[in-house]
Design a protein around this ligand. Structure first.
Ligand SMILES: NC(=O)c1ccc[n+]([C@@H]2O[C@H](COP(=O)([O-])OP(=O)(O)OC[C@H]3O[C@@H](n4cnc5c(N)ncnc54)[C@H](O)[C@@H]3O)[C@@H](O)[C@H]2O)c1
Length: 386
């Protein structure tokens, strides 16, 4: 009890809530890693997950000092991402964290510095851009299928959370809102396709100052005050010269906008929801009919989730597999801390520009993560894995 297979990267999960099931379930698909333990401030939550996946339930401190844990997978809530990641780095562990990396870019930069000084790797969700649709779109962009990207749109719009989530108040306070909660998926995908963002302008508004909880639960029929904008329209200028309109709103009942469209000098590219690994990518060359590229037959594109009745592709853990490989190869992981800090900087700038009504420069720049080739993507799969 307590060891791990020699040569494998031992993974310790901190945070055994909702999303932990996805990671723990998917871990067996990937080579080079082994689940060894899990922890949560709720001992019961850790014990349940440990039983389900045949690993050890430990206290957070015990997990951090366990020599079999090489990498901590931080699946806690956003408010404690910084503290848990900092503790793990201080204990000498590599870290991959759920999004957002931290609740401010300044904290994100501190984590990056800490990891760098200790020679540890830091990675962050989302890793959806490494899925079948993200890879297809990236290959088409790199091949010049739409020529030079000129403009585009990205829309994350819904009616919000209070009709299904029993305790939705936290989503509507600073650090939450549609930009911080969902922006990482859209912005990470855009940076993957277009490279880093240079400047941001935005306008923001709040559809309702108070919201009524209609979901079943203890707060049904209670109202709460909204503390952060719920509709934000932003303009992103990329270093490559492209300009993209990104709308994020929880004030929309129904709409017909595609999640992401990019338009270039030779054509247009349409992407599915960047919160999934699959879906259909469509290309129109110089105004021709859309040509569809379905993901279902592609690696990390087949429907697999929820596992009892799959209706989508969910391969969360793929970014961890890439990070594990990057350890052996001495390179930066694709879903890197640097990328996550850049996305945090963009999100902060969007909210700040919404308040100040003036354009904001993004302070740093990053290198666009390299394309994940099909051969490399396949090499992550464990024998008999998918
Ligand atoms: N649920 C989803 O569908 C989903 C999807 C994508 C991303 N995420 C992200 O995953 C993260 C977790 O979301 P979730 O839905 O699993 O939340 P959750 O509330 O279901 O689970 C979080 C767990 O973390 C534990 N925790 C909180 N503080 C802790 C601490 N200091 N130390 C140890 N454990 C602690 C909680 O007890 C809880 O069990 C969030 O960042 C969220 O944005 C969730």
């Amino acid at each position: 009890m307590g060891g791990k297979t020699i040569g494998k990267v031992g993974i310790g999960v901190i945070g055994c809530g909702n999303i932990s099931m996805t990671y723990l379930h998917n871990a067996k698909l990937f080579d080079g890693m082994e689940l060894v333990a899990c922890a949560d401030i709720s001992t019961d939550a850790a014990v349940v997950r440990a039983r389900e996946y045949g690993i050890r339930a430990l206290s957070v401190d015990a997990l951090l000092s366990d020599p079999a844990v090489d990498l901590v997978l931080n699946l806690t809530i956003p408010a404690v991402h910084f503290d848990v990641t900092m503790s793990a780095l201080s204990a000498g562990k590599h870290v991959f964290t759920e999004k957002p990396l931290a609740t401010s870019a300044a904290e994100g930069r501190r984590l990056l510095r800490e990891a760098g000084q200790r020679g540890l790797l830091l990675g962050s969700a989302p890793d959806t851009f490494l899925g079948a649709a993200g890879r297809r779109a990236r290959r088409l962009m790199d091949e010049g299928a739409i020529g030079r990207a000129v403009t585009g749109t990205a829309f994350m719009m819904s009616r919000g959370m209070e009709h299904w989530h029993p305790n939705p108040q936290f989503y509507y306070q600073p650090g939450g809102g549609p930009v911080f909660d969902m922006g990482p998926y859209y912005l990470t995908m855009l940076v993957n396709l277009l490279g880093p963002v240079k400047r941001v302008a935005a306008m923001a508004t709040t559809g309702q100052g108070e919201r009524l909880i209609t979901a079943e639960g203890p707060f049904r029929n209670a109202t709460f005050a909204v503390g952060t904008p719920t509709s934000v329209l932003s303009l992103l200028e990329f270093h490559c010269g492209a300009i993209v309109n990104f709308g994020a709103s929880w004030d929309v009942f129904r709409h017909s906008n595609h999640p992401i469209e990019l338009h270039g000098t030779e054509g247009s590219l349409r992407l599915p929801d960047p919160d999934t690994f699959g879906g259909t990518v469509s290309l129109s060359e110089r105004g021709g009919e859309w040509r569809d590229f379905c993901s279902e037959g592609e690696l990390y594109g087949a429907l697999n989730w929820p596992f009892n009745a799959p209706d989508r592709a969910n391969y969360r853990m793929l970014g961890v597999a890439d990070l594990v490989r990057s350890l052996a190869e001495g390179r930066t992981p694709r879903a890197s801390g640097e990328l996550a800090v850049h996305v945090l900087e963009i999100m902060e700038a969007i909210l700040e520009a919404g308040q100040s009504q003036s354009a904001i420069d993004i302070p740093g720049t990053i290198v666009q993560p390299p394309l994940l080739s099909e051969d490399e993507a396949r090499s992550f799969v464990t024998r008999g894995g998918i």
